[in-house]
Ligand binder design. Structure first.
Ligand code: ADP
Ligand code: ASP
Ligand code: MG
Length: 437
């Protein structure tokens, strides 16, 4: 069985819904994982922010605008009044539910319930449309099987067992539709797999059922060698190893959720990235096979904070690193990059939630300097230890910009470089010219 995931743009309009049905209706049994319609989750985030700030009137207004937009889509989508009415009722049910939440206290739990509406509506609309078109399909609620554990990691045992039970009820339907992004947490509450999480849902499902392939359908023909939002003339990469794809996803290639490669890698399931608008394009295939070339791709991750801890007591001392790491462990804050010298350690974090506490704790170890608005540029290529030459093209490309940190040798697939976010676009363009021209 294959798993197909369609992102927001693939269900961005009534026409796109119809195109999607054409792509999945080939008589083969498959699970279709769907995101919310393009723009919906952003709108729901905005609504939740108004709600969180006590601006309930604005939250309500924004909510009504979104409701109207959905009614417009439903009116265009269905030809029969029966299914159009069902769709209008479903839309009202979800938006009325959001309105009842506004009468309660704001909480993170209520926010998650609001965010879940996007995927719940898009999957129901696709299901109605398929029934109207006469294509047998089954709507499988993700909240019946998708669950994360206390650390926010997929609970594979629970997912496998529950998915197996749900799938055993499938009879004639060839197409099983489910929601991406949403899940339950360890308390059984509605939660999600973080922004862009539908990719992750698809590979988790793929791993749980031992799928033949996971296909991620989006608005671009595969993973490109640089970020097309900032650089012109980027080129598609036809094949990538899991390790390479995971690094690019983690370091900012938005086409894939940062964690989405891991489940596929775990079970050796091929992942194919395809374009809904150009279905004949083969896209990018991600497998365990590695094909070494000096430079394959570049990605960038913003929102990074750098910390530099300096202490003369570090010289020839032992135990310093442990003391530093313990601080980050205590505040459950992962470290992305790290470089050291005899008397100082520089490292980066993405999550600044506990930054003040971390700085306070580190101050007892040494002097702490903090730099915000940093970006990690990740260059994926062949950086195996026997590579001859230290990738001079990278440093030539960046020699007109301040480079804050370099991480070389930690990974066989990549080099990471820290720069100011204000230099990001220039760095990406210059790297494209030097590495891929
Ligand atoms: P979806 O809604 O289908 O999940 P996303 O917007 O999350 O789509 O991901 C697709 C987008 O990722 C593309 O439109 C492109 O702008 C962006 N992107 C960023 N880096 C890359 C890259 N290296 N290769 C391809 N697309 C990329
Ligand atoms: N709808 C969710 C988001 O916008 C999940 C996804 O699109 O993958 O983040
Ligand atoms: Mg996405």
């Amino acid at each position: 069985m294959k798993v197909y995931k369609f992102g927001g743009t693939s269900v961005g309009s009534p026409d796109r819904f119809r195109t999607l049905i054409g792509l999945i209706n080939d008589g083969e049994l498959k699970i279709v994982v769907l995101s919310a319609m393009a723009g919906t989750t952003n709108a729901l985030v905005e609504i939740s922010e108004f709600f969180a700030e006590g601006r309930r009137e604005e939250a309500g207004k924004k909510c009504e605008l979104l409701r109207k937009e959905y009614h417009r889509v439903a009116s265009e989508l269905f030809t029969s009044t029966t299914w159009a009415e069902q769709a209008h009722d479903l839309i009202d049910e979800h938006f009325n539910y959001i309105n009842t939440l506004f009468t309660r206290e704001f909480s993170r739990h209520n926010e998650k319930r609001i965010l879940a509406r996007g995927e719940l509506i898009s999957t129901a609309l696709l299901h109605f449309l398929m029934v109207e078109t006469g294509i047998p399909s089954l709507l499988l609620p993700a909240l019946n099987f998708m669950r994360i554990d206390k650390d926010g990691e997929p609970d594979y045992f629970y997912i496998r067992e529950n998915l197996r039970r749900e799938l055993s009820a499938v009879t004639d339907e060839k197409i099983i539709i489910t929601q991406g992004f949403i899940c339950r947490n360890v308390f059984g509450e509605t939660d999600n797999l973080r922004r862009g999480g539908s990719d992750y849902s698809a590979t988790i499902i793929g791993a749980a059922i031992g799928a033949d392939e996971v296909q991620i359908w989006t608005d671009i023909s595969g993973l490109h060698n640089n970020d097309p939002r900032y650089v012109e003339n980027t080129r598609v990469i036809r094949s990538l190893s899991y390790a390479e794809a995971a690094e690019l996803a983690f370091f900012g290639a938005k086409i894939l959720h940062p964690s989405s490669v891991n489940p596929a890698r775990m079970k050796n399931i091929p992942v194919r990235l395809k374009n809904t608008m150009e279905p004949s394009d083969e896209g990018t295939l991600i497998t365990s096979a590695s094909e070494y070339v000096d430079y394959k791709a570049v990605a960038a991750k913003d929102g990074i904070t750098a910390l530099r801890i300096h202490s003369d007591r570090m010289l020839l001392a032992y135990g310093f690193m442990r003391n530093i790491f313990e601080v980050f462990e205590a505040f459950k804050t992962p470290i992305d990059m790290i470089t050291t010298s005899e008397v100082s350690v520089s490292l980066t974090i993405e999550d600044p939630a506990h930054l003040e506490d971390i700085i306070r704790s580190l101050s007892s170890i040494g002097a702490v300097e903090v730099e915000r608005n940093q970006t990690i540029i990740c260059i994926v290529g062949d950086f195996r230890p026997d590579r001859v030459g230290s990738a001079p093209e990278i440093f030539e490309a960046l020699n007109h910009l301040p480079v804050k940190m370099i991480s070389y040798g930690g990974s066989e697939n990549s080099v990471s470089i820290l720069i100011n976010t204000s230099d990001k676009t220039e760095a990406l363009r210059s790297l494209s010219d030097k590495l891929f021209a």
